[in-house]
Design a protein around this ligand. Structure first.
Ligand code: FE
Length: 146
């Protein structure tokens, strides 16, 4: 269990929906995490810490600790961001239409803290044919214990 002494909202087990203002998140999060999570920024392709990772474990929301993706759902994508074909469960993430930057996309947000995680596309592998295209910086990986 990683510790987050400056983040009173962080929990890997509490599923209560969080209502925390951006102003408060700004005090808690690093500028890099804040920019993606609360300003819907995107990290540069092939720059994140997890796009090549294939270790077994769980990916949590780096903002609030909500479990988001199992490594079993991760696949090698050429897009340069960590990619998954399914979320952990129905409450793990939520979706919103996004027409920014002249594109029609579906945004993926954390189901617990509403932080921006990335987008979902329908060009993924079976069985879902979906590709959750995520930003590494808003994910926190914990390897399975041996
Ligand atoms: Fe979260």
């Amino acid at each position: 269990m990683s510790d987050h002494p400056n983040n009173p909202y962080y929990s890997r087990t509490d599923t209560t929906h969080l209502k925390v203002s951006d102003a408060e998140w700004k005090k808690i999060l690093s500028p890099e995490v804040y920019n993606v999570a609360r300003n819907k920024g995107t990290e540069y392709a092939f720059s994140g810490k997890y796009y090549k990772t294939d270790t077994k474990g769980m990916y949590y929301c780096a903002v609030c600790g909500n479990p988001l993706f199992k490594s079993d759902a991760k696949f090698a994508s050429s897009c340069g961001w960590p990619s998954f074909f399914e979320a952990l469960g129905p409450g793990s993430v939520r979706y919103e239409g996004d027409t920014s930057h002249g594109m029609r996309r579906t945004e993926v947000l954390c189901g617990r803290c509403d932080s921006h995680l990335g987008h979902i596309f329908d060009d993924g592998p079976p069985p879902t044919n979906q590709r959750f295209c995520m930003n590494s910086i808003v994910l926190e990986f914990a390897p399975d214990k041996k």
